[in-house]
Write a protein that binds this ligand. Structure first.
Ligand code: ATP
Ligand code: MG
Length: 404
């Protein structure tokens, strides 16, 4: 059945050869075979083998016990890890990333059968060529995502697969085969049982893909209602993505949720256990989603001072602040205009040295001085700002200020 040769990285060739010489079968499998056939560069190379984990470990000098219970050993080669997993039959998937129980098998075919989609269920070795028991190569040509076996059964075993179908559709720009699509809608309520971490990982990959707008299929298939109460409230008619958005997590989640408003956006992200950094960045994008900014340097500096530089760049892209605002942004950065307390020409120490006590009042004073400098950057000089400071405390005779 050897039809086609694909080129493997030399490390993968060596691992397969080593296993073969130890008397075991071994293949590159899953995403790496799919991506290679599509002419895409695989993220990583997974290997499937008839060898048991202890047997794999005995054959390689450097290994890591990644998921011994599930048959996975990471083999280190030239500083890169390759996951080598024993052929297995999966039990029922529970909340975690892995099925609750697995049974090892000596049959490659059994291992391929447990995989989710035909395009993900192909194996390859130089000895055998492509092993494609479920029409994966044909589905690659047709550009469709189709379940291995009966879609209702396969989605019933692990409901995360319904999101994976949409995610692969978006990444590969494939459509979802009719029966598979219908089963997604029917199984949708089961997504409520899947862990939020697994859901988040799939949605993040979908949003970072070349077709983030396909997140709408999560709504169209009826899945969105079962992800979380906040997710169910998202106003989908508002969701849109400008082209050319960087494939960064906060930018893509921000593009998706910005018109839901900051409160709903934050709730959606917290429910899905996104990290605090992403949550706070998206919150800013949502809070500013409906703000118009005059193309005027002071106003642009004020807006820039309210957020991190890369959040400002994302906001500018999402809100369409181009033309004059873009030009002003460049100028402000070029000149190095002060945009935060760190770059203000006076600090707390300076204020203490002229007799202002640290505390809330001083905080307010520093904030007011920053506002002043945002409006008039030429005032960012110590003597000017100390003179200004004295105007906030007219009754006190602050040391050194009046003379300044
Ligand atoms: P990528 O790494 O680009 O996201 P991938 O195809 O490698 O794509 P992984 O999530 O890394 O996807 O999974 C590796 C392989 O394991 C898949 O190609 C598929 O064969 C199988 N697989 C992963 N998750 C599941 C699942 N929930 N159900 C069935 N098979 C799965
Ligand atoms: Mg992978």
């Amino acid at each position: 059945m050897k039809e086609q040769n694909i080129s493997l990285p030399p490390q993968v060739e060596r691992i397969i050869q080593n296993l073969n010489e130890g008397g075991f079968e071994a293949y590159a499998v899953g995403g790496c075979v799919r991506d290679t056939l599509l002419g895409r560069k695989p993220e990583d190379w997974d290997i499937t083998t008839s060898a048991r984990p202890e047997q794999v470990k005995a054959l390689f000098r450097r290994t890591i016990d990644t998921g011994i219970l599930h048959g996975t050993v990471t083999v280190m080669s030239d500083g890169t890890g390759y996951e080598v997993t024993t052929y297995r039959i999966d039990g029922v998937y529970e909340d975690g990333r892995h099925p609750k129980e697995v049974a090892f098998t000596s049959e490659l075919l059994e291992d391929l059968k447990r995989r989710d989609f035909t395009v993900n269920a192909m194996a390859y070795s130089h000895k055998t060529g492509i092993v494609d028991a479920f029409g994966g190569a044909e589905d690659l040509k047709k550009r469709v995502i189709r379940c291995v076996g009966n879609p209702m059964e396969r989605f019933g075993e692990d409901a995360l697969r319904i999101l994976r179908a949409i995610r692969f559709g978006a990444q590969l720009d494939f459509s979802i085969e009719e029966n598979t699509y219908q089963a997604i809608s029917r199984i949708a309520p089961n997504i409520a049982k899947v862990s939020k971490e697994r859901i988040q990982a799939e949605l993040t990959k979908l949003l970072k893909s070349r077709h983030p707008e396909r997140i709408k299929e999560v709504y169209e298939t009826g899945i969105s209602r079962y992800i979380s109460p906040a997710f169910a409230q998202i106003p989908w008619q508002n969701v849109s993505f400008p082209s050319g958005l960087p494939a960064e997590k906060f930018v893509r989640w921000g593009a998706f949720l910005r018109l839901s408003g900051p409160d709903m956006a934050v709730q959606v992200l917290k429910d899905l256990k996104l990290d605090n950094d992403t949550v706070s960045r998206v919150k800013v994008l949502a809070a500013w989603a409906d703000k118009e900014i005059k193309p005027e340097a002071g106003e642009v500096r004020r807006a820039m001072s309210r957020m991190l530089p890369d959040v400002w760049d994302a906001l500018a892209k999402l809100n369409g602040y181009d033309g004059e605002i873009g030009r002003l942004t460049g100028e402000i950065r070029e000149r190095g205009d002060c945009l935060d307390l760190k770059h203000l020409a006076v600090n707390g120490q300076d204020l203490v040295s002229v007799g202002i006590r640290p505390g809330k009042e001083m905080g307010k004073l520093l904030a007011a001085l920053l506002e002043l400098v945002l409006a008039e950057p030429e005032k960012n000089r110590k003597e000017v700002l100390l003179a200004e400071a004295s105007r906030y405390f007219p009754k006190q005779n602050l040391a050194g200020i009046r003379e300044a």
